[in-house]
Write a protein that binds this ligand. Structure first.
Ligand SMILES: Cc1ncc(C[n+]2csc(CCOP(=O)(O)OP(=O)(O)O)c2C)c(N)n1
Ligand SMILES: CC(=O)[C@@H](O)[C@H](O)COP(=O)(O)O
Ligand SMILES: [Mg+2]
Length: 636
């Protein structure tokens, strides 16, 4: 086949099984890599998604599928945000256009979606542990399949990765870890190890260290001068001496690399060799995040997880221009304003400065900004330590990732009663990222912890007030706010703090009361107003503001005045805000004579889809709240 014919044929369309890539020639593989990139760019341009991570592993994925058979060998992707190529080549090419949409394929590997997805992911740094479990299971069953964990350098900043390495080295299990080193987490990777991994091995510190080693060698009697001469000549040996091999070999891994992860033939032969080795092996691969799409190569942070864009230019697509600021924006701006006046404020992120709005803080106050890497547990205990020194640490972590820090919140912050502010962004349904990322549980996992004050704002202005309240409070505080834009409520320069444990009656009524929290307050208000306009029913709406301490006296008073009460939250109903209200009423003998209905997230994992679609489906948007109110009003 000549080059012209090759250009005209789509290699991708000829692939039916993942192992079909094993029959392809080198030019065909290069063409396939281009076709995969085109498909991913065009699809993500309309669906949004994790573009740069997947573009960076096109060749690596092809090499893995040439050397391994995913119908028997286990390939475990860390985070899974880079697995689009794998999805396309493992039977999901035809459904790829449905990526991240309601009822469509997930943006992450999902065991219920495909037998080729050997482990479900979304949170980072689990791949080595899971792969090791699979390797041990394989050995117990006497099988001989290969197990491969593919982990990024960002995900290697988390402690769990080293817990996995430690056990794997101790067990001497046959498993392969592929370290995909692109020097990036979402933003630039951080921490001591990130520079250790990096390929800048000839930089000044190595040169300095080399000199030191030379002088030590020279001091060896008789052969010292020869040793030093040899070492001086042997630049490669020196480089090798300082490679991450030292680290991984200490974990008793066989270390190979670093290799060019964009060279399919090279990577295939490396994996073919690695298959012959026994014990744990780490293959260090260098790749470029966003490879093959200039806008993503130029700005891998923006294209890490991106909304819809014009594929020709990479510019964001405009949809009729919603110019409201997000909760994240308001949070970031307000924190910066407060930090101007309060020098004790330190902002802490776990590898998500942009997502949490702390990038602005990083620019303004570089000395008071800390990125700890993907280390949510460490972030919280580190903040506790800072608090003991009189600082006011503000730890900003997505609700779903804060789940990792539960014990640190209980033991290191709340039990010690330290003034740490925990900000949980993305509280509630996040949308297209789906069940791994919904902030569905925080009200349940935080509301029972002694000493903690826990709030959720109904709008941006209230977020500002809650942040001031939190920073002025001399004890642990958590606040959670949703993903996306606010309501457009005007923000202020100097927000007033709120009285602790007090809610706010937004409208009074006679027939029923809605008690809502956080993002569900506004739709509850809209539902009550619409109901009154259209049916004359008179429904009060109470914004609880506090999940802990609950506005007890106000709740008891409302239960005395209304015989019908609707409780609305965007958290799982089990153990959530509504459960807390029921506890207050029951414990105070205020429940008798009141019919209470609760709306919130079900006892199950909510799928992916647009936030709007999911809220409608679960009956927690304005329409659903109104429908439930009507049913409550009609009940005896
Ligand atoms: C526990 C947890 N914290 C934070 C995140 C958010 N997150 C997703 S990908 C990512 C960076 C991962 O970097 P790396 O592993 O190097 O992969 P790359 O995107 O560079 O391919 C982060 C911080 C997450 N998925 N899980
Ligand atoms: C993979 C991951 O965990 C993050 O990239 C996350 O998808 C970001 O979500 P937001 O778009 O809500 O910032
Ligand atoms: Mg990386």
């Amino acid at each position: 086949m000549d080059a012209t014919q090759l250009q005209e044929k789509t290699v991708l369309s000829g692939i039916e099984r993942p192992t079909d890539v094993q029959q392809l020639s080198s030019p065909e593989l290069i063409q396939l890599a281009g076709e995969l990139r085109r498909l991913i760019i065009d699809t993500v341009a309309t669906t949004g998604g994790h573009l740069a991570p997947s573009l960076g592993v096109v060749e690596l994925t092809l090499a893995l599928l040439r050397a391994f058979d995913p119908s028997r060998d286990k390939i475990v992707w860390d985070v899974g945000h880079q697995a689009y190529v794998y999805k396309i080549l493992t039977g999901r090419r035809d459904r790829f256009g449905t990526l991240r949409s309601l009822g469509g394929i997930s943006g992450f590997p999902k065991m219920s979606e495909s037998a080729y997805d050997h482990f479900g992911v979304g949170h980072s740094s689990t791949s080595i542990s899971a792969a090791l479990g699979m390797a041990c299971g394989r050995d117990l069953k006497g099988r001989d399949n290969r197990v491969v964990a593919v982990i990024g350098d960002g995900s290697m900043t988390a402690g769990q990765a080293y817990e996995g390495l430690n056990q794997a080295g101790g067990l001497h299990s046959d498993m392969i870890v592929v370290l995909n080193d692109n020097e990036m987490s979402i933003s630039r990777n951080v921490g001591a190890l990130s520079s250790f991994f990096s390929r800048n091995l000839t930089k000044s510190w190595v040169v300095r260290f080399k000199k030191d080693v030379e002088s030590i060698l020279k001091s060896v009697p008789k052969i010292g001068e020869d040793l030093a001469t040899y070492a001086r000549k042997s630049e490669e040996a020196f480089k090798h001496f300082f490679t991450p091999g030292m680290l991984f070999e200490a974990f008793r891994f066989n270390y190979l690399g670093p290799f060019d992860g964009h060279n399919i033939d090279l990577m295939t032969s490396v994996f073919e060799q690695v298959k012959k080795l026994s014990g744990p092996v780490l293959v260090h691969v260098l790749t470029k995040k966003g490879k093959g799409y200039q806008p993503a190569e130029d700005n891998p942070t923006y294209f890490h997880g991106v909304g819809c864009f014009e594929p020709e230019t990479g510019l964001a697509r405009k949809f009729g221009g919603c110019s409201l600021p997000s909760y994240t924006d308001v949070f970031g701006q307000t924190l910066c304003r407060m930090a101007e006046e309060d020098q004790s404020i330190i902002a802490i992120t776990a590898a998500m400065p942009e997502g949490t709005g702390l990038d602005r803080f990083r620019e303004r106050f570089p000395d008071r900004f800390v990125d700890v890497g993907i280390c949510e547990q460490h972030a919280v205990t580190f903040a506790a330590g800072l608090a003991t020194e009189g600082f006011k640490p503000v730890v900003v972590i997505y609700s779903t990732f804060m789940q990792r820090s539960y014990d640190q919140i209980v033991h290191d912050v709340c039990l010690q009663n330290l003034p740490v502010v925990l900000c949980l962004d993305r509280g509630g349904l996040v949308g297209e990222d789906g069940p791994t990322h919904h902030g569905a549980f925080d009200m349940s996992y935080l509301r029972h912890i002694p000493n903690l004050v826990f709030m959720a704002p109904a709008d941006e202005a209230e977020l500002q007030r809650m942040l001031v309240t939190a920073i002025r409070h001399d004890g642990p505080v958590a606040l959670r706010y949703p993903r996306g834009v606010g309501l457009g409520t005007p923000t202020v320069e100097k927000p007033e703090p709120l009285p602790l444990g007090e809610g706010c009656l937004l409208r009074d009524g006679t027939d029923a009361v809605v008690v809502a929290i956080g993002s569900r307050v506004n739709p509850s208000l809209a539902a009550a107003e619409e109901l009154e306009r259209e049916t004359g029913a008179s429904v009060a709406v109470f914004n609880a503001r506090f999940i802990r301490p609950m506005p007890e006296a106000q709740l008891i008073e409302l239960a005395g005045r209304f015989s019908k009460m609707l409780l609305v939250e965007e958290n799982v109903l089990k153990g959530g805000f509504g459960s807390g209200v029921l506890e207050v009423l029951s414990d105070n003998g205020a429940l008798s004579g009141v019919t209470v209905k609760r709306l919130g997230l079900p006892d199950g994992f909510v799928e992916h889809g647009k936030q709007k679609e999911l809220r409608a489906r679960l009956g927690i948007d304005k329409v659903g709240i109104r429908r439930n109110l009507e049913e409550l009003l009609a009940s005896a």
